[in-house]
Design a binder for this molecule. Structure first.
Ligand code: COS
Length: 382
């Protein structure tokens, strides 16, 4: 089995690592502390092709594939998880438009997302009463003449206040005629559209430099051409986009965990107790060994899921396995990093506490750990 990277994958990884180390890492703490949405960094990512890594070149993307995307995501998250999630959602939005959009939609949106002219994209699926069960959404789209009119509210929308374009799901037929998830459609809504109101940003435990807002649609009128994909076919688009998104979040978790491990190794070699470096104690060595083993297992699961998607094979189960394992491992690893740092792990002077706060949400968004297990179990039992 050949696990070596292609030249393109290596180049994308190197580019992301260099930018992350030189530009992002030095300001990551400040981004977290000030809850600052890092516009200039996102622009920089776009200039490097990292906002549309797996979007075809003819649409303005880098066309570098899913493995390259996962590798880049790991590098950016290693420096700053807030920047990474903004990048992840923007890449997902670009990909979903490239995959399901009309020629006009692709031409209008992909290049702007890729170039940073639109600083971010947003994925507006969840609602306050419909998170793990998006089929229970209440937002509706009603036809009025040739327009669609959106009414309802979305919750926990990453980059909702900054997005140039949002992918928005709404019910277009009632359950009587279209049972279950079959009456849901998907629309492209540009930021600033009249009738779209952005609510107050959430005060979060981690990824504090990313923007998470509720959105309200109050008679928000969009043209017929805003429909993305088939009428009533939106739920499958969401599921397929999330399958890919879960690879991105597992890569984000791996990046956070890698930072936590690297800092733990450094600290363990420097910190002296009982007259020697704590790295000399087996209690610390075993933690480091467990952290590295779980990190590598996460990476291999992530690479397999990315490779399957890139090669147009089925990858839904593998993406969920990658997400549930990598995000839970990242939480264990970040927690062990705090333990290795002792009292210093609990204060802001060191990054260990930020990694633990940032890692936590990866087990929740783009499908909770519980939902990932549902996907894996269903694939075994049906
Ligand atoms: N790819 C393509 N189609 C899929 C799919 C996938 N991965 N998963 C489901 N579908 C299709 C099904 O085939 C079914 O199609 P038909 O209507 O033709 O039969 C339809 O979608 C509904 O599927 P299902 O009945 O399995 O849907 P459920 O409501 O039971 O949902 C889970 C299943 C729980 C897996 C889904 O709701 C889910 O992923 N929830 C989490 C959502 C999430 O990640 N939220 C976070 C939002 S972003 S922060």
């Amino acid at each position: 089995m050949d696990l070596s990277l292609t030249e393109t994958q290596k180049a994308v990884q190197d580019t992301a690592r260099e930018f992350a180390t030189r530009v992002i890492a030095p300001v990551a703490r400040e981004i977290d502390e000030k809850e600052r949405f890092p516009r200039e960094i996102l622009k920089g990512l776009a200039e490097l092709g990292l906002m549309a890594v797996n979007v075809p070149e003819e649409l303005g993307g880098a066309g570098a594939g899913v493995v390259s995307y996962a590798l880049a995501m790991q590098e950016i998250a290693r420096a700053c998880a807030s920047t990474a999630v903004t990048m992840a959602v923007t890449n997902m939005v670009g990909e979903v438009i490239a995959a399901f959009g009309s020629d006009e939609q692709k031409a209008r949106c992909c290049a702007k997302l890729a170039s940073g002219e639109w600083i971010a994209g947003a994925f507006a699926l969840s609602e306050s009463e419909a998170g793990s069960d998006p089929g229970g959404m209440r937002t509706v789209a009603t036809k009025d003449g040739t327009d669609w009119v959106l009414d309802g509210a979305k919750q926990w929308i990453t980059s909702g206040a900054h997005a140039g374009v949002m992918v928005v799901w709404a019910r277009t037929a009632d359950r009587a005629t279209h049972p279950g998830t079959r009456g849901i459609s998907c629309f492209l809504v540009e930021g600033g559209t009249p009738g779209l109101k952005v609510g107050r940003a959430e005060d979060k435990m981690g990824i504090r430099g990313s923007n998470t807002v509720p959105l309200t649609f109050d008679g928000c009128r969009i043209p017929e051409s805003a429909l993305l994909g088939q009428l009533h076919g939106g739920f499958k688009i969401a599921m397929m986009a999330l399958d890919g998104g879960r690879i991105g979040i597992s890569a984000q978790a791996i990046g956070i965990a890698r930072a936590a491990l690297e800092e733990s190794v450094r600290y363990a070699l420097e910190r002296k107790q009982f007259g020697k470096a704590i790295a000399e104690f087996q209690a610390i060595q075993w933690k480091l060994a467990d952290m590295r083993t779980q990190l590598d297992a996460s990476h291999l699961l992530c690479m397999r899921a990315a490779w399957l998607k890139e090669n147009k094979r089925e990858f839904s189960r593998e993406a969920s396995m990658s997400k549930v394992y990598a995000t839970e491992a990242a939480n264990r690893i970040a927690n062990m990093a705090v333990q290795i740092h002792g009292g210093y792990g609990y204060i802001r002077e060191f990054a260990a506490e930020r990694h633990l706060r940032d890692a936590r949400v990866t087990m929740i968004y783009e499908g909770t750990s519980e939902v990932q297990r549902v996907v894996v179990a269903r694939s075994l039992l049906t």
